[in-house]
Design a protein around this ligand. Sequence first.
Ligand SMILES: Nc1ncnc2c1ncn2[C@@H]1O[C@H](COP(=O)(O)OP(=O)(O)OP(=O)(O)O)[C@@H](O)[C@H]1O
Ligand SMILES: [Mg+2]
Length: 264
Amino acid sequence: MTPQRPEIDPVTGQPAAIVYQGVHKAFGRHRVLNGLDLIIPRGRITVIIGRSGTGKSVTIKLLMGLLRPDQGHIWVGDDELTTMHDRALRTIRLRFGVVFQNAALFDSMNVFENVAFPIREHSKLKEPAVRAKVRELLASVGLHDVEDKMPGDLSGGMRKRVGLARALVGDPEFLLYDEPTTGLDPILTAAMDELIAETDGHHPNLTSVVISHDMRAVLSIAHKIVMLNEGVVAHEGTPDYFQHSQDPLIRQFLAGSLDGPMKV
Ligand SMILES: Nc1ncnc2c1ncn2[C@@H]1O[C@H](COP(=O)(O)OP(=O)(O)OP(=O)(O)O)[C@@H](O)[C@H]1O
Ligand SMILES: [Mg+2]
């Protein structure tokens, strides 16, 4: 039986860019995803929330073929990943930029080298063009005159910006942020949220997926919010829907409360 891929995201009305259908993933006897159905709309920011250990990072690792599902289907555009060989998956991976939780910079390389590294991998640009590209990418995330600095000498917020500049190399179709504001103070968190929204604004076709614990981000930058719980989508909707929902799980999550259906 040929599976049917949904065409439209019901929450935003946008075309479906990424679709998970009935996805299961377990590690040994530990079941993490239990039939996940999820649509990521094209050209929009989707924020995935949920408790620690609910499978948020696993969900995005499945996208790049870093993990394989046990069951179900995953489409990136029109490409179905679950039947793909490793070589085809590597091509899919080139369509993604990823901003990792800890920025994942090479600590022994300066900022210039950190951003130039993937540019050299992606293209055959000559050195002056590489230099110009690095400068352009750093400027696009609000960084100037930092090329010679080592990652260890940068503030947490600046490291994350360098991580974002690096993720933008190759003009990805999809940008994945795994907890981009973890470890930042509230002001830097707000600045990073703004940068995510700005980056989205500068690249109209970019599809962004943000994993976040930060409720401000969820409500201010998301076009669509997805709440994972026990391996499935517990709730999905616009920020407005979440803000006005009386559902106890949503209320508890937004309030950061210990009392409610989610137990610590
Ligand atoms: N490679 C792996 N091998 C074994 N177990 C794993 C592996 N990757 C993830 N898990 C387990 O799967 C569950 C979900 O992990 P995941 O990293 O997706 O959680 P998360 O929702 O991103 O949590 P957090 O908010 O803490 O980052 C966890 O219990 C984790 O221990
Ligand atoms: Mg995680």
